[in-house]
Design a protein. Structure first.
Length: 202
């Protein structure tokens, strides 16, 4: 009988040992995965090149030009209006989105520091140009050209430094594929007036 108990104990210990080993392997897997993710994020952050950064609350004017529109927004009493049509009612959230996506810009890489032909990057006739002016009159210009064939991003240069071409993420450009009409605030429906109560005829 003692032998049977010993055998059961050995089986139990084997199961417990396998469970502990499995838990240990799971912990090691998650730790290794997290370490890899953290390392990749750190490496990505270190490789990124900050091109400019402007505090959103300091931005006083935003101008953009592309194939769909050319518009200039100015801030008037914390509200964005069109510079050439201040009475036009703008969807504030949409304009704030445009400001937010270009308030700072980083490059994933520097393509060249000695560009001699902007046309090979689609920068001679750019897909998008954005001018950002702060409250002190300081201006930053972002000029974006073609997307790379490999899908790494979009070619761009900053201000008038056409020699240095960078690779930036291309997603922001799609936000500017809009028009004055699309940025118009939706009219708020007037509350329906109560129907007049009819006086019963006696």
């Amino acid at each position: 009988m003692g032998g049977k108990v010993s055998k059961k104990n050995r089986q139990l210990l084997t199961i417990i040992g396998l469970c502990v080993l499995l838990i240990a392997l799971i912990i090691v897997f998650f730790v290794a995965t997290k370490h890899k993710d953290d390392s990749e994020k750190k490496e990505e952050a270190e490789n990124n090149i900050e091109l400019y950064s402007i505090k959103e609350s300091d931005i006083a004017e935003l101008h953009f030009k592309n194939s769909t529109a050319e518009l200039t927004f100015v801030k008037n009493k914390n509200k964005w209006v069109l510079k050439d049509d201040t009475k036009y009612s703008l969807d504030q959230s949409k304009v704030k989105t445009l400001v937010s996506v270009v308030k700072k810009m980083s490059a994933t890489s520097e393509v060249t520091s000695d560009c001699t032909d902007l046309s090979q990057y689609g920068l001679k006739e750019p897909a998008l140009q954005v001018d950002i002016t702060d409250k002190d009159g300081n201006k930053k210009t972002l000029t974006a050209g073609d997307e790379s064939v490999a899908g790494e991003g979009r070619y761009a240069y900053i201000d008038n430094d056409t020699k240095k071409v960078y690779m930036v993420e291309s997603a922001f450009a799609s936000d500017f594929e809009t028009t004055k009409k699309e940025l118009k605030a939706e009219a708020t429906a007037a509350p329906a007036s109560a129907a007049p109560t009819e006086t019963p005829v006696k």
